[in-house]
Write a protein that binds this ligand. Structure first.
Ligand code: AMP
Ligand code: MG
Length: 349
């Protein structure tokens, strides 16, 4: 199948293209959509057949549920049951934006969409074009990240084309993603709420609205054999480049120094801008300034993907601390590394 590319940078003046894109969804087809986090691979969340083809195109295990995308919190009562007031408070504070809430599922949402769970993940993405497409389609769009399963998420339309060309009918190019890491997933069916995946909304920001939040163990380390994460997707080795990755935590100067001493000409380096000179002549991808986590979030997947086009056999990555967006950036790097982490924290001076 030939994959059609719609370039839709904004809503005004692109009504015809938006309607055509919404038609793909209405007809049960797959449509890659831009969001502020990463590109999504969308289908009508209420159409089992359409949803099945998402799993097929991505090679995604069928027990890994999909997030459904809605244009606002007024749709929550249509697809969820017993919606707590905290969901509306969080939506008021962070929607449209990178927050997915896990709520009890209304049976109108098919089993296939939720991987057989009796809960459903819902979010309202902050991309005007995608919001317009959902509104025109008139149905929630189920959309996982638009990468082939196991590869880093796509943060621009070219990356989607690389993974999905000739597998799906259409891609909407809405420009590069502004946040760069996926949504934060918060389970509101338990008390206190539980963080299942760190993402574009920092934990601290959520706590300022709902108070204490617990963190699922899968966020910070490898699970023991037989142990299940609450978000089924967290058990898979996502975001893995072909080369082996080692993550260094601790003060930037210390980790940079360690990498310089241990790397070889075949090493790829992911480092903060400030240390680029130490690795001149090597395959280097800059994460951005050491103190600018928003920039690091935008660049983290790009760094992981780009090494696949090089000859490097191992990758060393500097990692920000866990505060703010650092928890999500560090989680993506550490997952890419299969949690192979060298902590130089104690050696901080
Ligand atoms: P992706 O869209 O590919 O970034 O993946 C969505 C993530 O949300 C996966 O890790 C899923 O396991 C998780 N997820 C989706 N729905 C639920 C749910 N009802 N309960 C727990 N986790 C969920
Ligand atoms: Mg994904």
């Amino acid at each position: 199948m030939k994959t059609k590319l719609y370039r839709i940078p904004k809503v005004a003046g692109y009504e015809k293209e938006i309607n055509e894109a919404a038609d793909v969804i209405r007809q049960g087809g797959l449509l890659a959509i831009p969001t502020e986090t990463v590109y999504g691979l969308g289908a009508d969340a209420l159409n089992e057949e359409a949803v099945r083809s998402i799993f097929e195109a991505k090679g995604r295990p069928s027990d890994n549920p999909l997030i459904i995308h809605v244009p606002g919190s007024e749709w929550l009562e249509c697809y969820c049951r017993q919606v707590p007031q905290t969901a509306y408070d969080l939506a008021e504070a962070f929607w449209p934006g990178p927050l997915t809430m896990i709520l009890s599922r209304d049976p109108i949402v098919p089993n296939r969409t939720t991987g057989g769970l009796d809960t459903v993940g819902v979010r309202c993405p902050a991309h005007p074009v995608t919001l317009a497409i959902i509104a025109a389609a008139g149905v929630p769009i189920a959309a996982p990240s638009a990468n082939t399963s196991g590869r880093p998420s796509c943060t621009n339309a070219e990356d989607v084309l690389e993974d999905m060309n000739e597998k799906i009918p259409a891609i909407v190019d809405g420009g590069p993603c502004q946040v760069g890491v996926e949504s934060t997933i918060l389970d509101l069916t338990v008390t206190p709420p539980q963080l299942l995946r760190p993402g574009g909304i920092p934990l601290e920001a959520l706590e300022s609205v709902v108070g204490t939040i617990t963190v699922d163990r899968a966020v910070t380390g490898l699970l023991k054999p037989g142990e299940q994460p609450k978000a089924p997707g967290m058990k898979y080795r996502h975001y893995a480049p072909h080369a082996k990755v080692t993550v260094l935590t601790g003060a930037g100067a210390t980790t940079a120094d360690y990498i310089r001493k241990h790397c070889s000409p075949q090493s790829g380096i992911i480092c903060f801008e400030e240390y680029a000179l130490l690795f001149e002549g090597m395959e280097v991808h800059l994460l951005g300034p050491e103190r600018d986590k928003s920039e690091q979030a935008r660049r983290v997947f790009d760094a992981l993907r780009k090494f696949d086009h090089t000859k490097v056999t191992e990758i060393y990555a500097q990692c920000p601390d866990d505060s703010g967006l650092g928890l999500a950036i560090g989680n993506r790097l550490k997952k890419a590394a299969g949690f192979r982490i060298i902590d130089l924290g104690e050696k901080e001076i």
